[in-house]
Design a protein around this ligand. Structure first.
Ligand SMILES: [Zn+2]
Length: 74
């Protein structure tokens, strides 16, 4: 009997929301900033917010909380 190893491949993990870049996985969008037309990504480890226009090219430019407050819709 020529039995081959029967490796059950296991179901591959499909990650939903593939738009999310792995290097940005620690990001959250600050909606009060995003609503003004800015990127609004928040770098959670630092709490800084991106002040570049939404869908900008390249990487985010994070600014500190004080600057982010000025960006937010009031
Ligand atoms: Zn950004």
């Amino acid at each position: 009997m020529n039995s081959q190893d029967h490796h059950a491949p296991g179901s591959p993990q499909i990650h939903e929301g593939s738009e999310t870049r792995p290097d940005l996985s620690s990001l959250h969008v600050r909606e009060d900033v995003a609503i003004t037309g800015l990127c609004g990504n928040v770098h959670l480890p630092t709490g800084r917010t991106c002040d570049v226009s939404e869908r900008h090219e390249g990487s985010c430019n994070f600014v500190g909380p004080d600057a982010a407050e000025n960006l937010a819709a009031h």
